[in-house]
Design a protein around this ligand. Structure first.
Ligand code: SF4
Length: 87
């Protein structure tokens, strides 16, 4: 069960998908001249959170369970992103 959402601000590219698709859990935040995502501190249905986290182009969203473990993205998903960024 998801207990917490973290957004890695430096890697977020500000595409807006998360705060448009899941506004309960994410909001836009002005950082200098850019917009980045921030967690609102509220949760949303797990299915929606997983879809948003897995669809984040920079995998900047971490879904954390009540034991403190990151359940999304998985290490395999991170490795896939690293490979895509290397070409
Ligand atoms: S989907 Fe990812 S890259 Fe896009 S705004 Fe949200 S956290 Fe940032």
């Amino acid at each position: 069960m998801i207990a917490k959402i973290d957004v890695d601000i430096p890697t977020c590219i500000g595409c807006g998908t998360c705060w448009v698709v899941c506004p309960d859990a994410f909001r836009e935040m002005e950082v200098g001249e850019e917009y980045k995502a921030a967690a609102t501190g509220r949760l949303a249905p797990e299915k929606a959170l997983r879809e948003v986290a897995e669809g984040c182009p920079s995998l900047s969203i971490s879904l954390i369970d009540d034991s403190g473990a990151v359940i999304c993205p998985t290490e395999a998903q991170r490795e896939e992103l690293r490979k895509r960024l290397q070409w």
